[in-house]
Design a protein around this ligand. Structure first.
Ligand code: NAD
Length: 474
């Protein structure tokens, strides 16, 4: 097993301490790589390199930055097969599924390459006599980008695309469990970016991430991760008043009204709830059904879930792989075991006998609204279905949650769809669909799912500061 290196100031380097971390395949438990276990010296070096690179990079034209992003996207696309293999092995994703994530990374970078050339300030005008005002959108500075393990490559792309497109320099820290594809992007990026513009360092969150997040040289922290992590990062950044971009947990409600197409809903949930073994912040995990469709929906969903092919990630027929780690599987099992005391486990409900961290796709019917399985993020292949008494209760239960990332509404009544979409406190509302994303459209939350938008022109705004320049014009 070869020890990989990280990217600081355009060079591939080991951790200053020489320490390493081992990366494991969650499907086979094979040890597949070693990466640097960074410490404070590595973070200091990466932040200093990003700070040195900032003046020149922020002065490049949007066209130059756009071209660099396009070249990185092309190079990743040309290595699609390697990215698929490495992401599949290190994140426990079926090879049949992970290609779409590589494609989405490429599409996202290309979107930001185009969008970079379309950023606008406000039109120049005289708001006071003899004074001309203009609005610039300028980069923030050094951005610390901290990414999770559930979509290692895609989340790295969501972060570096808008940050680099707008002229910031970046220190990217992927999850210690899944750092390999971010390091591959780092290697590619060095060919097309000046030294220090994109640094990629690896190490655990509670020391390396925490030190990076409070580093005085960092102007903005962008994190995708658990809500508890977001709170710690917000507290750590308070001292130096850092700008924050927080994409945190989710608990997506699926509102199935009595006039819904139940077959379509169940067939959609088969993928939307169990993609990536349910380890998805927008996973359709909290179904709330009207009284007339509840029984049929539980039966249809159970039938769908029984057909999901769980197996080795390298097998092309596999649809669902393992969970990321033994601890994540134990956490999921704990939620299900406690829920089973008061609700019915209709399908699944147990770990699988396999070498990796496998857990059966699970449907739980009838949990109480206040129960932890309904209120907390399980982050595994587990869906609950609740029976509401009325349309009003469907909506009330959906919003009765501390998260607010994504939701879906299932109805044939357009007026109801519009009314409910407006009332839902979630950053995305799908109507008769769930899970589909487009690079042009914003992704981000309400409440404890965080603030700031990924994807779309809104992300470009988040990675810039609106600056007012006023000129004496008479
Ligand atoms: P996590 O919070 O454990 O880790 C996320 C990243 O933060 C990792 O790189 C980790 O090393 C780092 N980190 C951990 N503690 C830190 C600290 N104190 N200071 C600085 N950095 C720290 O999350 P995870 O388990 O990797 O990912 C799963 C979570 O991510 C889920 O809660 C999920 O909902 C969320 N998520 C959200 C979105 C979204 O768009 N809102 C997308 C994907 C995942």
């Amino acid at each position: 097993m070869r020890a990989q290196r990280q990217w600081i100031d355009g060079r591939a380097v080991h951790a200053a301490s020489g320490k390493v971390l081992t990366v494991e395949d969650p499907s086979t438990l094979a040890k597949i790589a070693q990466v640097p276990h960074s410490g404070r010296a590595d973070v200091d070096a990466a932040v200093a390199a990003a700070a040195r690179a900032f003046p020149a990079w922020s002065a490049t034209t949007p066209g130059e930055r756009s071209l660099a992003l396009l070249r990185i996207a092309d190079a990743v696309e040309s290595k699609r097969r390697s990215f698929v293999r490495v992401e599949s092995e290190s994140a426990g994703k079926p090879v049949s599924a992970v290609g779409l994530e590589v494609d989405a990374f490429v599409d996202n970078l290309r979107y930001f390459a185009g969008a970079a050339r379309n950023m606008e300030g406000k039109a120049v005008a005289e708001y006071l006599p003899g004074r001309t005002s203009m609005i610039r959108r300028d980069p923030v500075g050094v951005v610390a980008s901290i990414a999770p393990w559930n979509y290692p490559l895609l989340m790295a792309g969501w972060k570096i695309g808008p940050a680099l497109a707008t002229g910031n320099t970046v220190v990217l820290k992927p999850s210690a469990r899944t750092p390999l594809t971010a390091l591959m992007v780092g290697a590619i990026a060095q060919e097309f970016l000046p030294a220090g513009v994109l640094n990629v360092i690896t190490g655990p969150g509670d020391d390396v991430g925490a030190y990076l997040a409070r580093h005085p040289g960092v102007a903005m922290v962008s994190v995708t991760g658990d809500t508890a992590t977001g709170k710690k990062i917000a507290a750590a950044g308070a001292d130096t008043v850092k700008r924050l971009h927080l994409e945190l947990g989710g608990k997506a409600p699926v509102l199935v009204f009595d006039d819904a197409d139940v077959e379509l809903a169940a067939a959609t949930l088969r993928a939307a709830s169990f993609w990536n073994a349910g380890q998805d912040c927008t996973a359709a995990c909290r179904v709330i059904a009207g009284p007339k469709v509840y029984e049929r929906l539980v039966a249809e969903l159970a039938a769908q879930v029984k057909t999901i092919k769980v197996g080795p990630t390298a097998d092309k027929a596999t649809e669902m792989g393992p969970l990321i780690s033994a601890s994540q599987r134990a956490r999921v099992a704990g939620f299900v075991d406690r829920a089973a005391k008061r609700a019915e486990v209709v399908v699944g409900g147990a770990a699988m006998r396999a070498r990796g961290h496998y857990y059966k796709p699970t449907v739980i019917a009838g949990p109480a609204q206040g129960s932890e399985i309904v209120q907390d993020e399980v982050f595994g292949p587990v869906v609950t279905v609740q029976r509401a008494k009325s349309d009003e209760q469907v909506l009330e239960w959906a919003n009765d949650c501390r998260f607010g990332l994504a939701s879906s509404v299932w109805t044939r009544d357009i007026a109801r769809a519009l009314k409910v979409s407006r009332a839902l406190q979630f950053g995305t509302v799908w109507v008769n669909d769930h899970f589909t994303l487009a690079s042009e459209m914003p992704h981000g939350g309400y409440k404890q799912s965080g603030y700031g938008k990924d994807q779309s022109m809104y992300a470009l705004e988040d990675y810039t500061v609106a600056k007012h320049v006023m000129l004496r014009s008479e």
